[in-house]
Design a protein around this ligand. Structure first.
Ligand code: SIN
Length: 274
C-alpha cells in the first residue's frame, strides 16, 4: 500500500493501476487533495475508486479540476451536455465502445489527457476493462528499436460512420500526425503512442514497412506484463491518463447490460523530446 497525504493506494500490478482507499469524492476535492490525487495518478497512470455515489455534476466537477472538457466527435451524451459521454451496451447493441486497444480519440490534434468513467450498472459477471502501460511498453523495447521509433511520426485517423446509430456527430471526424514515442509532459517519461484503434500509417515508410511495424507494435501493447484488469462495481470510478495508457473494454456479458458516463479532459499536442 502506498500512502499519500489523504488516502492510500493499493497497486494492482507492478507496472500500472492503483486502487484508492479512504476517499469519498462526493465530499468535494480541495486544492491540496487535488494535488495529492494528481501525484498518485502520475505514479500509477490509472486510478480506481469504489463506492463513489456521485451525481453527474459532481463527476463533471471532479474531472474538470484536471483541465478543459473534451467533446467526443460522435458519441451520444447525457443531460443535453456533450461533456457527459454515454457508455452503454445491452442486448440490442451492435458493438461495444472501446472493444479494441486504444488511447481515447488519439486522432485529435490535441488528444484527450485523461478520461473519467463512472459506472452505474454492471452485468452479473464480466465487463472488465484492461489497461496497458505505454511506459512499460516503451521500456521493454530494445535500445535499437527505441532509437528507430524515436525518429518516427504516425498518422491517426478516426471514422465513426454508423457507430452510434441515429446520433448526429458533434463535429468532423479528426485526423492528426503524432510522434510514435511521446514524452509525457508531467513525468517526462517516454511512452509508446500508436494504437490499433486509430493509428493507420507511419509517415515516410512504405505501406509494407508501416504495416509490419505497426502490427508488431500493436501486438507488443497486448503483453499482459504491461497490464492491469479492473472489475467494475456499481459506483466504481476509473481515471486513466491517455498520454501513457491504452485500454480495452471486454464485451463478454451479452445479453446483459453495462452503463456509465465518461467525462474526458482535453490535452496538449503530443511531442517528443530527447
Ligand atoms: C472507453 O472509454 O473506451 C470504454 C471503457 C469502458 O467501457 O470500460
Amino acid at each position: 500500500m502506498n500512502s499519500y497525504e489523504y488516502f492510500q493506494v493499493e497497486a494492482l500490478s507492478p507496472n500500472i493501476g492503483g486502487l484508492v482507499h479512504g476517499l469519498d469524492l462526493s465530499k468535494g476535492v480541495d486544492d491540496d487533495l487535488f494535488q495529492a490525487i494528481h501525484k498518485a495518478w502520475m505514479d500509477h497512470q490509472v486510478l480506481f475508486f469504489r463506492d463513489q455515489s456521485i451525481t453527474a455534476q459532481e463527476h463533471l466537477d471532479f474531472a474538470g479540476m484536471f483541465g478543459q472538457y473534451h467533446i467526443h466527435p460522435a458519441a451520444p451524451y447525457a443531460d443535453g451536455n456533450p461533456a457527459l459521454m454515454v457508455i452503454h451496451t445491452d442486448r440490442d447493441s451492435k458493438r461495444n465502445n472501446g472493444s479494441g486497444w486504444h488511447s481515447d480519440v488519439s486522432a485529435d490534434e490535441q488528444p484527450p489527457l485523461g478520461s473519467f468513467l463512472h459506472v452505474h450498472k454492471v452485468p452479473s459477471q464480466g465487463g472488465d476493462t484492461l489497461f496497458s502501460s505505454m511506459y512499460a511498453a516503451y521500456e521493454a523495447l530494445s535500445s535499437p528499436m527505441q532509437s528507430l521509433l524515436k525518429g518516427l511520426e504516425a498518422q491517426h485517423v478516426s471514422d465513426y460512420t454508423n457507430l452510434y446509430g441515429d446520433h448526429e456527430p458533434q463535429r468532423e471526424f479528426p485526423q492528426a500526425v503524432h510522434p510514435v514515442i511521446r514524452t509525457h509532459p508531467v513525468t517526462k517519461r517516454k511512452a509508446l503512442y500508436v494504437n490499433s484503434g486509430f493509428t493507420r500509417h507511419i509517415v515516410g515508410l512504405s505501406r509494407n514497412e508501416s504495416r509490419q511495424l505497426l502490427s508488431f507494435l500493436f501486438k507488443h501493447v497486448e503483453n499482459p506484463t504491461f497490464q492491469c484488469r479492473f472489475k467494475w462495481q456499481v459506483n466504481s470510478l476509473a481515471m486513466w491518463d491517455n498520454r501513457c495508457v491504452q485500454h480495452l473494454a471486454v464485451w463478454d456479458y451479452f445479453p446483459e447490460s453495462r452503463s456509465g458516463l465518461r467525462v474526458t479532459i482535453a490535452g496538449d499536442k503530443p511531442y517528443f523530446e530527447g
